[in-house]
Ligand binder design. Sequence first.
Ligand code: FES
Ligand code: FES
Length: 160
Amino acid sequence: MEVNVTINGAARTAEVEARTLLVDFIRTNLSLTGTHIGCDTTSCGVCTVLLDGTPVKSCTMFAFQADGHEIQTVEGLKNGELHPIQAAFKEEHGLQCGFCTPGMMLVGKALLEENLNPTDDEVRWAISGNLCRCTGYMNIVKAIQTAGAELSAAESGATA
Ligand code: FES
Ligand code: FES
């Protein structure tokens, strides 16, 4: 079957089998390998992408379910320069091996779209579906809050 999506702002189409998972469509058909596969069973969150702005685990959806929708992957964050969430993960040492990082950043971005000043608990709740095996969570929480502060300062600067 044919699946049409807008991914990171570009219209893309591919022929897939009905059983193709969204994560395989993104990685294999669209060659966007920044979206990772870990557990393949909805537990680890490394396959998280934004579907119409909402975090989804792309190993838990069929590709055809995304037909006609807008997807953002980690490749869509950088726009010339690092997105504030990428810069904050770098600055706050929010990653080590980086395997969980694309999913963590996209979940963080979605949270900050609702709330630029989340508490520790709010960040921890937002990332509760995402596992990190190496960094520990403190710096990830700090990175998301730092990105929120950056975005908030940029917004105040723009409206001043
Ligand atoms: S690979 Fe999708 S949740 Fe682990
Ligand atoms: S940085 Fe290695 S799994 Fe999170």
